[in-house]
Design a protein. Structure first.
Length: 159
């Protein structure tokens, strides 16, 4: 019963019609608390998937990072329907929205190596620029391929 309640909380809430709500105070408080607990539970699900992937990498001595394995594990769980998208959507949006704060410790660490950054920084900038260009080009080519494939499939089905 508790598990069913947790799954119900984790699902995406249906927006209520505010035209029929008279007392906004309690409703806003309850809505805020519900969103907070949903986000917390969904982050726990994402963290659990990462923890499982980290344990798999450590004990099986896999030559891949736990983040990459966790990505594929989450993709498999979503594809198989074990985890519904509504069960992780709010948590994922929160992480993406607050992603800039995760870079602050990295920047503090980079500033500790200022001399190295000044002497070898051009290589870092070049690597970032080339990597960004390659990601953009590969994304554009992949989307172009997918749209052409979708168009051919549509023409074949509706011909």
């Amino acid at each position: 019963m508790i598990l069913m309640r947790i799954i119900h909380i984790m699902r995406k809430p249906h927006p209520y019609n505010q035209a029929f709500v008279l007392d906004y105070g309690w409703i806003n408080l309850m809505d805020t608390l519900t969103r907070f607990f949903q986000t917390t539970l969904q982050l726990a699900v994402v963290g659990l998937v990462w923890l499982v992937s980290d344990l798999m990498v450590r004990f099986a001595h896999l030559p891949v990072s736990s983040g990459v394995l966790g990505l594929f594990l989450m993709l498999a769980l979503l594809g198989l329907g074990v985890i519904k998208t509504g069960m992780v959507e709010r948590g994922a949006k929160w992480v993406l929205g607050e992603l800039v704060f995760f870079f602050i410790p990295i920047m503090v660490s980079v500033l500790q190596y200022r001399d190295l950054l000044l002497s070898e920084g051009w290589r870092l900038v070049l690597t970032i620029a080339v990597g960004t260009a390659l990601v953009m080009i590969s994304t554009a080519l992949t989307l172009n391929f997918c749209y052409r494939w979708k168009r051919r499939l549509y023409k074949k089905l509706h011909a």
